[in-house]
Design a protein around this ligand. Sequence first.
Ligand SMILES: Nc1nc2c(c(=O)[nH]1)N[C@H]1C(S)=C(S)[C@@H](COP(=O)(O)O)O[C@H]1N2
Ligand SMILES: [Mo]
Length: 389
Amino acid sequence: MTRTLPVPTEERFTSRLRSPAVAARIGVWLAVAFTTCFVTGLISHYAQNVDHPVPFPTSPAWGYRVTQGLHVISGYAAVPLLLVKLWTVFPRLFQAVPLGDLRRLVLHGLERVSIAVLVGAALFQLVSGIMNAAQWYPWSFSFRPSHYAMAWVAIGALLVHVAVKLPVIRDALLGDVEDTTHDRPSATREGALSRRGLLRTTWAAAGVAVLATAGGSVAWLRQVSVLAVRTGDGPQGIPINRSAEAAGVTTAAVAPGAYALELVNGATSLTLDRADLEAMTQHTEELPIACVEGWSATATWTGVRVSELMALVDATGGPDVVVTSLQRFGAFSTTMMQGGFVEDDRTLLALRLNGEELSLDHGFPCRVIAPNRPGVLQTKWVTRLEVST
Ligand SMILES: Nc1nc2c(c(=O)[nH]1)N[C@H]1C(S)=C(S)[C@@H](COP(=O)(O)O)O[C@H]1N2
Ligand SMILES: [Mo]
């Protein structure tokens, strides 16, 4: 009697492209992409946490822009690599379970679990990261803690996977790509492509993914970057992350008479209006905004040094400062600026952007712009600077 199973058996997959010789080569590049993503992700996480004893450095000013750009680009590049790699190893999912032998059954089960964790974590990271770059949050969990926690799961599972597969990987990489030593017995059918052809197509797809996203950070690639969520457009040549309307900041709230900037240092405080800020010494800096969601752009900012403002309330030597925005809805209305940023001469409360008065969407009457700082901490519509207690 024959029984038809709802799932195919491993033998049904006959393409010789589904070979460890192919998988190992793609695996090398996938490991490079994931490691780049992991390391740059840790840097970004560190830069956004403002309560650790060793603050994020303020130099080089473009540092965070580069690491965050690499983070997003390597994440997108990993997508085609992961898909092709999963395709090459897919038949293994239907391998016969060694039911008769307990030891082999346990090993088989452990391998399956570790692969499931790896694939699950890798897919979660890529999908959640891309959705974040697209500013699409259909989920209820908080993005950053989950993306961060899952990064450790993914990198841990990757290390276990590489360790387990090391003998096969080494053999496959040392041998020719056409070598069949580690192939499944049924993987003999010639494909439409040669193995080299499949690899070249995969590298090309990863290259296209890079070009399609790199324009989010590299200005001269903007025209080809169809997947870069924000182009160079936006008022004053810079994209808008959250508009004044979305943040609940109205024209009335920033009008002369209504708007005030409070400087607070314990019992000492001072209230300024925008004209007072304009009357102070103006400084001009060229600094990037590097959004954690993947785009970045450099601009020329003019305004007042935060250190000079804090000195008006006797707060010198770079204390930590709490920055409060006029914003009424959503996160990031209050941010912490660690002393190193407060002290740095390049850190401004900017009044002007690219030679024009700051537009409302870019943070009018004034906004923080500091070197080497995640965009999310470059607070707009600032109304209060208070020495942290
Ligand atoms: N008050 C406030 N400031 C904010 C934000 C915000 O949501 N509220 N978004 C931040 C983020 S995530 C980025 S990337 C930058 C972008 O600045 P821009 O909109 O002027 O380009 O502003 C930052 N400043
Ligand atoms: Mo951002």
